[in-house]
Design a protein around this ligand. Structure first.
Ligand code: HEC
Length: 181
């Protein structure tokens, strides 16, 4: 094989290699879809993980510790301050009107979704329980998760002492506040 022949073969190999790399690059740039940050189909109760592995189902609403034992040490004034977060939507004084949310005077032990003249979601209307301390605790922790379908667009109070304080305040804003001790 003379050197001219050898050069031709070498050049042919080089060209094929370049073409191969080139085509791969182009194909990649056309077809390379960025990895989704989250799985496109979210399964309720499953944690989204980095590698999108399916994990053991997690309880949607965590088991909260009972709030009742904390109420004895709750602070009504702190609860009143926290109520500022609610006041955009709720009245709390006696005779207060329904606003974006229902009036909250006497709400403790009232039947859920029972005020005349307020248009509740079906979820609250059919809930069929009373606003006990523990129901309030669960609802105020994560309203949208605790009662699916509620239209109370509020993220919730994460700290349990905040919930204890506001429940104590709600209890005080009624015709016959119950003893918390
Ligand atoms: C963005 C407006 C908004 C905020 C803020 C808000 N709520 Fe509500 N709340 C609503 C609406 C709307 C409803 C009715 C929900 C339904 O019908 O599903 C409601 C319902 C309720 C109920 C049920 C009352 C009943 O008659 O059954 C309680 C209790 C309650 N809210 C307490 C609170 C407290 C306490 C806070 C503050 C920590 C708060 N909400 C913050 C809008 C709000």
């Amino acid at each position: 094989m003379d050197s001219f022949e050898f050069n031709k073969i070498a050049a042919a190999i080089l060209i094929v290699a370049l073409l191969f790399i080139g085509i791969k690059e182009i194909a990649n740039s056309i077809y390379n879809v960025d990895k989704l940050e989250k799985s496109a189909y979210k399964v309720e109760g499953l944690e989204d993980t980095d590698d999108n592995k399916v994990q053991k189902p997690k309880k949607v609403v965590e088991n909260l510790k009972p709030i009742t034992p904390l109420l004895a040490s709750a602070n009504i004034e702190s609860g009143e301050k926290i109520f500022k977060k609610c006041a955009a939507c709720h009245s709390i004084q006696k005779g207060g009107d329904n606003r974006i949310g229902p009036a909250l005077w006497n709400v403790v032990d009232r039947k859920v979704g029972s005020l005349d003249g307020f248009k509740y979601s079906v979820a609250l209307k059919n809930y069929n329980k009373n606003w006990t301390y523990e129901e309030l605790n669960g609802f105020l922790h994560k309203p949208l998760k605790y009662i699916k379908g509620t239209k109370m667009a509020f993220a919730g109070l994460r700290k349990e002492m905040d919930r204890a304080n506001i429940i104590a305040y709600l209890n005080s804003m009624g015709d016959s506040p119950k003893s918390l001790k």
